[in-house]
Design a binder for this molecule. Structure first.
Ligand code: HEC
Length: 709
């Protein structure tokens, strides 16, 4: 079966009920008609009650306007917000821009990196108002900015002339921390709650969640996601781990229950990601759904989804706040989508699962020093939305060569399901490190109780390599630094894999000083490494320049225990398991769109998302492609999604998963669309920035669509 999966149809009465329920909501003030908060509202559901564009007329959509940001960067991952008639977006170079929502005309621009030193990505901004005081909160690099929503000017009374340095207040040396914030914070009363993106390697910053006063920029509270002595969860770690371990960060944003006054988030793994010998234990609050009182930061409940993560199975999205029907009762719940392709549905009040969850035995690690946790939680429902094991039956099948290639490479690897610990011979990670679910998360239709989630199904084969202790000379120190900090993206063999460039023969392209500059300051999708000393930065540059001359019997003989690091393991790279042609080395689908009924826990339908024209020409049915950027579901019965590598923007039928309309964007739409209305007209907008981990051509456009007048 290649890509074309059977549809299951819902009973018509179910959809009729859904439509009536939506119609009833439209009388009076309906919060689902605006898009003032990232992901469509505090519930994080990417849902709109606006139904002017619907299943019957979506095929007539036309471009209403295109806005070119006219700058360059890695990608645009921004989900625009719209307040009254103004849209707020971010550009590839991480500028904030205010646009007229009906025309795309620019009103103002704020540039956090004058001089063009932008790096990393930004997924959007947060809006706050109190009477005439209207502010946009925005993060770029390690700074939080407060801007006047009317003019784009910094608000001088906030923090330090309008900015707050988010490296401060983490109980570590701020100068040595790599802290970035890629997803917007969320506003509750006079608090702005923010998370962070941190390094995945040695020396990473802790991922504590913080709230800042929206007026002054003063920190209002901090929640230690890596608990300190005396705090709940401290005993899930070794004694002093909290001083050195990083991560457990809420990098994907927040959802908020305004009535309860509770904020929710999912956390990432602890760093270093793939070797946990220095952080034995379950590692709370890593990989957990956490509910906090938004006013105080006090923990209400938590639910850990992966114990002692060794796979980079970050919870990639804030949970959807949903209400589901369980045995005839309406229950407020949170639905957490995972990179492993599960949806955990938890009672919003208590954090208890609403469907049974089994704690199952999982394989042990064979790496010295590692103690993989013996069990992991498996929800019996909802059904998983991706394959969770690379079984013999899933062997690549687009050609006999691909099949032989996959089989041969798999022979040597450990392959015991999605919790196979990293090993020295290589372990199959499937679904891969890029999901299952990703940062785009899921949309949810409150009328029907159906969750829509796009997913990747591309394996990795991840190996661990013993890091050689740094020796006395710079090259040996540099090799050690390289293995711990750089190999994860550029590969142990330094050959990279898009979007991570090869560093083989880098000395022919760059000067040593340029290499040092890249490591110091980062560039594009490459982070900066403030955690490295000048000596280490110099050493890694020396190593990269020396390797062309390296031979196995060379003089770089490390002394055990010398240098910055003793016994450690580093992973051999994020490289995906691809076939000899560069396609995923597993049976399609490689990218899918899924509809899951959260009342029953059943998968309603599943379709491939995206297509490789070259494979279609060979007679292979659509395989789906790697995809990033979320879905939007509307009361008009339509699901909008870009995300796929073929640079298309599509509308799917909510009932069947059939494509109702598609168009080609100026560049890949690797962002979540928004919808809104101005003067009675509905618009759907998506960023077309290309690039990113899909590594297709980059772009700088926002494109808005509407029905013809
Ligand atoms: C998180 C992934 C990641 C890590 C970790 C990482 N890099 Fe990079 N690196 C990148 C990406 C992506 C680029 C391309 C950046 C661009 O130009 O947009 C890059 C580019 C570079 C370049 C420029 C290559 C060229 O041909 O222009 C050098 C040199 C480099 N990295 C060295 C390092 C070193 C040394 C380390 C470890 C200290 C490191 N990188 C760690 C992702 C990474």
């Amino acid at each position: 079966m290649t890509g074309s999966l059977p549809f299951t149809r819902n009973k018509p009465s179910f959809w009729l009920f859904a439509l009536l329920a939506t119609a009833a909501c439209q009388t009076g003030e309906n919060p689902h008609r605006s898009w003032r908060v990232y992901r469509g509202g505090p519930e994080s559901n990417c849902y709109s009650a606006i139904d002017q564009i619907n299943r019957g007329n979506v095929a007539q959509l036309r471009v209403a306007w295109t806005h070119r940001t006219q700058d360059e960067g890695v990608a645009i991952q921004c989900n625009p917000i719209v307040v009254d008639k103004t849209m707020y977006v971010t550009s590839p170079a991480l500028k904030v821009m205010a646009l007229e929502a009906a025309t795309g005309k620019r009103k103002w621009t704020f540039d956090p990196f004058p001089g063009g030193k932008a790096k990393g990505v930004n997924r959007g901004v947060a809006y706050w108002e109190d009477g005439k005081d209207r502010r946009i909160f925005f993060t770029a690099g390690y700074q939080l900015y407060a801007l006047d929503a009317g003019t784009g000017q910094l608000i001088p009374s906030f923090g330090n002339h309008g900015t707050v340095d988010l490296r401060q207040g983490l109980d570590r040396n701020p100068e040595a921390l790599d802290v970035e914030v890629t997803s917007p914070g969320i506003v509750f009363g006079n608090r702005l709650i923010v998370g962070s993106r941190v390094s995945e390697s040695e020396g990473a910053a802790p991922g504590h969640v913080r709230a800042y006063n929206v007026h002054s920029g003063k920190m209002a509270w901090i929640f230690h996601t890596i608990p300190q002595p005396g705090e709940y969860g401290y005993d899930t770690w070794e004694k002093d781990a909290w001083k050195t371990i990083g991560g457990a960060n809420a990098w994907s944003g927040f959802s908020l229950d305004e009535k309860r006054g509770w904020v929710f988030f999912g956390t990432g793994s602890c760093s270093p990601d793939f070797y946990g010998g220095d952080r034995r234990g379950t590692n709370l609050f890593g990989n957990s759904v956490v509910a906090l009182e938004a006013a105080s930061g006090r923990r209400v409940w938590h639910y850990q989804i992966v114990h002692h993560d060794l796979w980079d199975y970050d919870l990639p999205t804030p949970p959807n706040l949903v209400t589901v029907n369980r045995q005839g009762r309406q229950v407020d719940a949170v639905a957490q989508v995972t990179k492993t392709g599960h949806v955990f549905v938890l009672d919003r009040q208590t954090g208890q699962p609403l469907f049974p969850v089994e704690e199952r035995k999982v394989p042990a690690s064979d790496v010295a020093g590692e103690q993989a946790w013996p069990t992991q939680p498996f929800p019996l429902k909802p059904s998983a939305f991706v394959r969770q094991r690379y079984a013999e039956t899933e062997m690549a099948d687009i050609s006999p060569t691909a099949r032989a290639y996959a089989r041969q490479r798999l022979q040597a690897a450990r392959n015991e399901g999605m919790f196979t610990p990293p090993s020295r011979q290589g372990s199959v990670v499937f679904p891969g490190m890029r999901g299952g679910g990703e940062w785009n998360g899921a949309s949810f239709d409150p009328a029907s109780g159906v969750l829509y989630v796009n997913a990747n199904e591309i394996p990795n084969v991840m190996g661990l390599k013993k890091v050689e202790a740094g020796g006395a000379d710079a090259v040996a120190v540099g090799k050690n630094v390289y293995q711990l900090q750089c190999a994860t993206c550029h590969g142990t063999d330094r050959r990279g894999q898009p979007p991570f460039p090869s560093l083989v023969n880098v000395h022919q392209r760059l000067a040593k000083s340029e290499v040092r500059d890249r490591v110091r300051n980062g560039k594009g999708q490459m982070p900066a490494f403030p955690q490295l000393s000048d000596e280490q930065v110099g050493a890694v540059a020396a190593y990269l320049f020396d390797v062309p001359k390296e031979n196995p019997a060379s003089t770089t003989r490390p002394e055990p225990g010398a240098g910055p690091v003793a016994l450690k393991y580093a992973n051999t790279g994020y490289g995906q398991f691809l076939d000899q042609e560069g396609y995923p080395a597993v049976k399609p689908p490689w990218g899918t769109l899924n509809a899951i009924n959260l009342n029953t826990g059943e998968l309603v339908w599943k379709v491939p998302l995206g297509e490789y024209p070259a494979l279609t020409q060979r007679g292979i049915p659509p395989t789906g492609t790697q995809n990033f950027g979320g879905t939007l579901v509307t009361a008009g019965g339509v699901i909008f999604v870009g995300a796929s590598k073929d640079e298309k923007f599509r509308a799917f039928d909510r009932e069947t998963g059939k494509v109702l309309w598609e168009t080609t964007l100026p560049a890949g739409g690797y962002a979540t669309p928004s919808t809104y209305e101005v003067d009675g007209k509905q618009y759907v907008v998506i960023a077309a920035g290309g690039g990113g981990k899909n590594a297709t051509k980059t772009g700088d456009a926002y494109v808005a669509f509407a029905l013809p007048d």
